[in-house]
Design a protein around this ligand. Structure first.
Ligand SMILES: [Zn+2]
Length: 43
């Protein structure tokens, strides 16, 4: 019942420009830079 328990440990990136989130870094489809948000898993 804990949502944060079984989540996959994926890297998460958010577009600085449009706010779209992706699992891969680099450049967004809109041309904005993707900034790293960190892992979804607690250490
Ligand atoms: Zn974007």
């Amino acid at each position: 019942m804990r949502p944060e328990c079984k989540m996959k440990a994926k890297e998460l990136y958010e577009c600085f420009k449009c706010g779209s989130r992706r699992e891969t870094g680099g450049t967004c489809e809109c041309g904005g830079a993707l900034q790293h948000l960190g892992r979804s898993r607690d250490l």
